[in-house]
Design a protein around this ligand. Structure first.
Ligand SMILES: [Cu+2]
Length: 244
């Protein structure tokens, strides 16, 4: 009887596993993906050194010269900090309810980490400090979003805010440390990405459709491209920005 029970368990487990794989395959083939690389051609700009002497706590937190993020080019000739997002959807509505999980912006070594981030309108933005000095987060009023200006003392809990409207891009600064800067892309669909140290992006689970894919950079401008996403297929879109 025990043997029969074990065999039944194995058969049941196998059937469940097959069912799971079939479900995953069905879901994967319903959607496509968007991927590509944001390239850079020309001479990379000289990055501005940041002097943090105004606050000894900040200066002491750094071991070497800190350079501004804006204008940075990766070693492989691509761009980090590019915000890539679906800006238009022909004949379909990609808008979904904002997720309840929060996106985090951290103040660390008197810089904002990450420098560029994306969030959906209505989704919570959690602002965290890891620094033993006071910061003042100032999110500038942009495209229907209210101005938000809050101080955060060392060791205090995170502070949460939300954006009511999509906006490309919302600048964030610290009123105490003028070199601190971040940019937030507020969108009304979950199909966005920020490039990192290899300049690539991947946006998964995109419903099939005709879209405009846009890319924003702080220094080199913006571009957009039409793209068709088909079920079960990866669509590739590369962008190239040029320097002087
Ligand atoms: Cu600050």
């Amino acid at each position: 009887m025990k043997r029969f029970g074990t065999a039944l368990t194995i058969v049941t487990t196998a059937l469940l596993a097959v069912g799971f794989v079939v479900r995953v395959m069905a879901r994967a083939s319903d959607t496509g993906s968007l991927s590509g690389t944001v390239h850079f051609q020309g001479k990379a700009p000289d990055l501005r050194p940041i002097v943090m002497d105004k606050d000894r706590v900040c200066a002491n937190a750094q071991t070497g010269t800190v350079l501004a993020e804006d204008g940075r080019v990766n070693a492989n000739g691509t761009l980090p900090n590019a915000f890539v997002y679906i800006s238009k959807a022909a004949g379909s509505n990609l808008s979904t309810t904002a997720p309840s999980n929060s996106v985090t912006l951290t103040q660390k070594g008197c810089t904002f980490v990450p420098h560029v981030l994306g969030i959906m309108a209505g989704q919570p933005l959690q602002v965290v400090t890891e620094d033993p000095t006071t910061h003042n987060i100032h999110i500038n009023a942009t495209k229907g979003n209210r101005d938000w200006n809050v101080s955060q003392q060392p060791g205090t809990p995170s502070i949460t805010t939300r954006f009511s409207q999509p906006a490309i891009m919302v600048p964030v600064r610290c009123n105490i440390h003028p070199w601190m800067e971040a940019y937030i892309g507020v969108v009304n669909n979950p199909y966005y990405a920020v490039t990192g140290d290899d300049g690539s992006f991947l946006i998964k689970d995109v419903p099939p459709g005709d879209y405009t894919l846009s890319v924003w950079t702080a220094t080199f401008g913006t571009q957009e491209r039409s793209v068709v996403v088909r079920a079960g297929e990866p669509a590739r879109v590369d962008f190239t920005f040029t320097g002087q």
